[in-house]
Design a protein around this ligand. Sequence first.
Ligand code: UDX
Length: 433
Amino acid sequence: MRIVVLGLGYLGATHAACMAEMGHEVLGVEVIPEKRAQLAAGEVPFYEPGLPELLKRHIDGGSLKVCGSYAEAADFGDVFFIAVGTPQKKGEYSADLKYVDAAIEELIPLLSRDVLILGKSTVPVGTTQRLSERVDELAKDVEIELAWNPEFLREGFAVEDTLHPDRVVLGAFSGGQAELICREVYAPILEAGTPFIVTDPPTAELVKTSANAFLATKISFINAIAEVCDAAGADVKAIADAIGYDARIGRRFLNAGLGFGGGCLPKDIRAFMARAGELGAAEALSFLREVDNVNMRRRTRMVELTREVCGGSLLGKRIAILGAAFKPESDDVRDSPALNVAGQIQLQGASVTVYDPKAMDNSRKLFPTLDYAESAETACDSADVVLVLTEWREFVALNPTKLAAEVRQKNIIDGRLCLDEREWVSAGWNYAS
Ligand code: UDX
């Protein structure tokens, strides 16, 4: 099939390359010229394992092309995916739909034959209905069907999650062709037995927001238990292991620590609360405010803990921060808990040096006043405290005896419960978490 993907960020670039991998002819549309030039040359402008190889192969083979023109895309495609961003509005909880709206406003008047448009971006419930009405107003003598087909990919596993998803969800209005066309688009995935849930648009929109709200709740749940463990002198990791054996609970997403960040979970739970409020159902999601609060408290608690380890004041202390990305296997620093902590510690008078295996450039852009080192060892040079805030394998594998030679004081704070406490303690370090 001839497929167009509108927006080539983390989601769109991955989706476009994976559509080509599934045997389709794909045209990706990216409006930012620098990003477009990089992608057209087969380079991925962000870190995502496995994606550069896939993208290059299909760009070189000609099954994936990149352009900046909606008119070219309108001529090309049978199926259009909307994969543009839906960030949080400035100073508000709700999602900013200006990019989704702009994609519809620009594309529809250019279409001269019947097509299917599938939304992938995470949107508030009711968006497909609203956009569909606008599509009908803008369409010129053509039948255009709009349906929602949310994406559940995780950064760091985006290719794997797109090619082998847990499920495919489609929210379509009755009487259309969306299900039939989707069966063709996703044929290799569906033939492999992947569950295919066909429902109406509001349900599909809510599947996505509910999934993210549940994951955020799970993380904040274990972090709330961690607060009680701190007070009671108990071990939250052992609790997560023990309750995780119960199949109804499950061990995944029960890692206590610095909490969640990134471009999805924080903004999605806020947009979900805002939308529930608009619908008169604010009370139903009031617990998400607490989920957000517990999560944000982790960051302040980490700063407090660092101050305690420094003997009560951060003034004049040298702090090494290992990890800047919001999670390992990503260079994404959007709402990164690690960088947030680094910034707060610096504001309290410490000198902060950050190292991350992949997120250095993005971190420098967001926090230009922090110091950056080229390796974990140099970041730790003369440090009073070392903080591990993203659980990169490189940090998990650090040798405490060797690192001891770099620092001024052997204080380690494990912000992700990813280090072997005994190993660090037996190498003479004061371990806190
Ligand atoms: C998330 C969802 O997982 C994905 O399905 C959705 O499509 C987009 O949002 P992503 O933002 O890539 O994906 O990251 P994820 O792996 O979910 O991690 C989110 C945050 O939670 C990270 O900051 C991570 O460090 C944190 N986390 C995760 C924990 O603190 N504890 C855990 O146990 C798991």
